[in-house]
Design a protein around this ligand. Structure first.
Ligand SMILES: *[C@@H]1O[C@H](CO)[C@@H](O)[C@H](O)[C@H]1NC(C)=O
Ligand SMILES: *[C@@H]1O[C@H](CO)[C@@H](O)[C@H](O)[C@H]1NC(C)=O
Ligand SMILES: *[C@@H]1O[C@H](CO)[C@@H](O)[C@H](O)[C@H]1NC(C)=O
Length: 355
């Protein structure tokens, strides 16, 4: 499927709620010139809003082509960004493992989606996760991405998301100066925007984009969702909050993340969808606990051997973090900048309200 088709699929799915908005947006053809995951590249977050998981590898999916991480159309905007590009180094927190292990308590499904996309920030959107999850319209889709049985998507359940992320590339722009250099063709694009003319801004966002990539991290992660009834969830959360995970006895911790306490234990998922890694996790992270047998990411907690195995197994295959900033800095003329901001704000608000 090419990008044009993808775009049409996304558009059709949103048709009912955003008819007016879409007529305007689809009137223009994107002029993007590549799909480069590079800081400073611009992209349009409006045309595939709700479906960004189709063009960014962020969540486990069942497909055989795993050769891409990012295939969102992008556009070259800024000139000479090399001096402004930094590669922050992360200290390996867990000995030989370059990444992090973390756990997040989610009172409901909305918080679970929010938690999953915690490291994605898009300027102008209060709920950036919706740019990925609005398209997950059926309980089955949500269940498949999160690795849980769909009967736990409805109802008054609470969730704990456990995730182990292995980082590879980490690239970031330092603050753009006011006089940041633009590529030559940008002057022409900006000329085509007229203050007071909404369509001219929308044409610009379709051709050039709404945002630029300010920073990103790629790598791969394992994640797993534990489902609880609320009273039990609240007890566990309270216990972890007051004691801290390090001060709990291993037995207590094992109990909390076992079928004694959890109503349902989801499958261990691989963000990139890599089947070799999934197979490894299903075999090596199996736990036999009293009468139960299940797989658990918690088995890795404190196990340096498993961590160092995973440091090699989790390759550079998925997008783990993304920070997008509005394209405001390309406008030197304050009146035009203001006009661009106003239109972008309005449209982003509309998208969020209709999600
Ligand atoms: C993944 O897709 C393949 C082929 O499209 C199918 O045979 C298989 O059952 C799917 N697996 C899951 C877990 O949906
Ligand atoms: C989901 O859970 C229900 C009830 O616990 C069960 O009947 C069903 O087989 C499960 N489905 C899958 C795909 O595991
Ligand atoms: C999946 O991960 C394994 C282990 O790191 C790696 O050897 C393999 O190349 C990956 N497979 C694909 C299709 O990317």
């Amino acid at each position: 499927m090419n990008i044009q088709t993808l775009s049409r699929v996304a558009v059709a799915a949103r048709m009912c709620s955003r008819a007016l908005l879409l007529v305007l947006l689809t009137a223009f053809v994107s002029a993007a010139d590549g799909d480069k995951l590079q800081v400073g590249q611009s992209m349009d977050i409006m045309s595939r809003y709700g479906y960004l998981g189709i063009t960014m590898r962020v969540v486990a999916r069942n497909e055989s082509d795993t050769s891409w991480i990012f295939r969102e159309p992008t556009y070259d905007v800024f000139a000479n960004l090399d001096p402004l590009t930094v590669h922050p180094r992360r200290s390996a927190k867990s000995g030989s493992f370059n990444g992090e292990f973390h756990m997040e308590f989610c009172d409901n499904l909305r918080q679970l989606k929010q938690a999953y996309f915690r490291d994605f920030a898009f300027e102008g959107l209060d709920k950036p996760w919706q740019a990925f999850t609005t398209g997950w319209s059926s309980p089955e889709t949500i269940a498949r991405h999160m690795g849980i049985n769909s009967s736990f998507v409805h109802g008054d359940y609470c969730y704990v998301l456990v995730r182990l992320s292995r980082f590879w590339d980490n690239v970031k722009l330092s603050r753009l100066p006011n006089n940041v250099n633009l590529l030559e063709n940008m002057a022409e694009e900006i000329e085509k925007i007229f203050v007071g003319d909404v369509a001219s801004v929308l044409m610009f966002t379709r051709r050039v984009g709404t945002h630029y990539i300010n920073s990103f991290v790629t790598g791969n992660s394992l994640y797993q969702v534990f489902v609880y009834h609320k009273p039990i969830y609240l007890r566990i959360r309270e216990r972890l909050k007051t004691r801290g995970i390090k001060n709990l006895s291993p037995v207590e911790l094992s109990n909390f993340f076992s079928p004694w306490y959890a109503e349902h234990i989801g499958q261990i998922q691989v963000a990139s969808g890599n089947k070799t890694v999934k197979h490894w996790a299903t075999n090596r992270l199996r736990v036999h606990y009293y009468i139960f047998s299940y797989t658990s990411l918690m088995k890795i907690h404190g196990d340096t051997k498993l961590l160092s195995d995973l440091n090699g197994l989790l390759q550079n295959e998925a997008l783990l973090q993304l920070d997008l900033r509005s394209l405001t800095p390309v406008f030197k003329d304050p009146v035009k900048r203001e006009w661009f901001n106003e239109i972008l704000d309005n449209y982003l608000n509309l998208l969020e309200e209709n999600s």
